[in-house]
Design a protein around this ligand. Structure first.
Ligand code: G3P
Length: 218
């Protein structure tokens, strides 16, 4: 499963990319707004694309097809790894088809149902982003959506990649892997949480205590 980092924070992206742990990055307007200050967004996107060797999702902010296509073309021109992110609306699906026909990668985002995911695949999306955590937030079962999309895409051989998004904790990542999501986009804090286990810490403490007591050196 590919791991993408769900952030526009360049420091976090470099930290994870330098550790060789991520296959790409996803951003959205809210994540960009958190770190943009007064910086030029195109420069910021270029830096992010340089920091990671893999797809980087950059989202349009228009809501009509033609302006989405125009924005998408600009975003795609920033870097060869840029993926244009469009919302899962009628106009977004139309923009997706046009951008894919242009030869660009497209991530269709804000997916909350299997029927929406079917249309994203029909529109030729490279990725579809079902938002697991936001479904859980309203007492739904976000992972059930990943499961059903996997089943539908496998039944009919759609090659749109399922990108599990709105990930809130390590078990979301584990469940997405077990279901067979193609990718998971993870906030930086959750990425580092994945590495932690109390038995690892206890075991390491015990090893070092024993080693130091013996007075040995490497
Ligand atoms: O990038 C989109 C998605 O991952 C947003 O997550 O936590 O705002 O629902 P969240």
């Amino acid at each position: 499963m590919k791991i993408f980092l769900d952030t526009a924070d360049l420091g976090q992206i470099r930290r994870a990319a330098d550790a060789g742990l991520i296959d790409g990055v996803t951003t959205n307007p809210s994540l960009v707004a958190k770190v943009a200050e007064n910086r030029d967004v195109t420069d910021m996107y270029r830096e992010i694309c340089k920091a990671v060797d893999g797809p980087v999702s950059l989202e349009v902010v228009a809501v009509d097809r033609d302006t989405m296509i125009a924005e998408g073309r600009k975003l795609a021109a920033i870097h060869e790894n840029a993926v244009v992110k469009v919302p899962l609306t009628e106009d977004g699906l139309k923009a997706c088809r046009a951008l894919v026909d242009d030869g660009h990668m497209v991530n269709v985002t804000l997916c909350f149902s299997v029927s929406q995911a079917l249309l994203a695949a029909k529109a030729g999306a490279t990725f579809v982003s079902p938002f697991v955590g936001r479904i859980d937030d309203i007492s739904g079962e976000g992972m059930q959506l990943i499961h059903h999309i996997r089943q539908v895409y496998d039944n009919y051989g759609y090659d749109t990649e399922i990108l599990a998004a709105s990930i809130r904790h390590p078990m979301h990542v584990v469940e997405a892997m077990l279901i067979g999501a193609d990718c998971c986009t993870i906030p930086p804090a959750v990425l580092w949480q994945l590495s932690r286990h109390p038995l690892t810490d206890q075991g390491l403490d015990a090893f070092l205590k024993d080693w130091n007591a013996a007075g040995t050196a490497i």
